[in-house]
Design a protein. Structure first.
Length: 221
């Protein structure tokens, strides 16, 4: 099997407009040994992770589902949200937080907390903010130097670039493919106000995709 291509891309954001057992305790009484039952095993608290989007557009669904787990077999997890605006609701079984804001909901909603409980212990995500806006007309201009060689020194045959982006570092919920290998600049458009984090990959003619570039960030106002 041919080794996958490895490209090096340096990405720059130029401009923007807009996480039992107990031991037996013997006691001696009348020359007989009595073993006390072991204490119950301690409960493990659940864990929760995920990064909600910080922006929402009117008349478009907002959605976020956290990931949660518990080390104790058989524990049933229940999700909860507090501080949420009226247009958001949560499915306590799946943790899905969804809602569609309308024009009267335009504004900033802070202090929203998503948590999970196993009935005995709970865990929460950090409080987050959702900014509801009417338009998503911001943009970010990206530029890069097209790679000419693979990491092993062989020539690279580029077919396309992919840009992955989102509103939290290391979390990229959106992507776009650009099938123009000769390009060295691209504009991400229709962005709602937020700080965006972007990485790029290069795709060879054999379909192999490089690792992520460095992460670039830019605030859209």
């Amino acid at each position: 099997m041919k080794a996958p291509n490895r490209f090096a891309i340096r990405l720059t954001a130029l401009a923007a407009l807009a996480a039992l057992g107990g031991c037996l305790s013997p006691s001696v009484e009348n020359s007989s040994i009595v073993n006390d039952p072991p204490p119950p095993t301690g409960n493990s608290a659940p864990t929760i992770s995920g990064t909600p989007s910080s922006s929402a557009l009117i008349d478009e669904q907002y959605s976020f589902t956290p990931s949660a787990s518990d080390a104790d077999p058989g524990d049933v997890l229940t999700f909860n949200v507090s501080g949420e605006p009226t247009w958001l609701s949560m499915n306590s079984g799946s943790g899905a937080l969804t809602g569609t804001p309308t024009v009267e909901h335009v504004g900033t909603y802070s202090g929203i907390v998503v948590s999970v409980s196993d009935g005995s212990a709970s865990a929460s995500l950090p409080p987050f903010t959702v900014n509801v806006v009417q338009n998503a007309d911001g943009s970010i201009t990206l530029s890069w130097t097209p790679p000419t060689q693979n990491e092993d020194g062989s020539d690279v045959n580029l077919a396309a670039y992919k840009f992955y982006y989102g509103t939290s570092p290391g979390s990229y919920s959106n992507q776009v493919r650009v099938d123009s290998p000769g390009m060295s600049m691209y504009v991400l458009e229709n962005l709602a106000p937020a700080t965006y984090y972007v990485v790029a990959t290069a795709i060879g003619t054999n379909g192999a995709e490089s690792a992520f570039s460095n992460e670039a960030s830019k605030q859209v106002l």
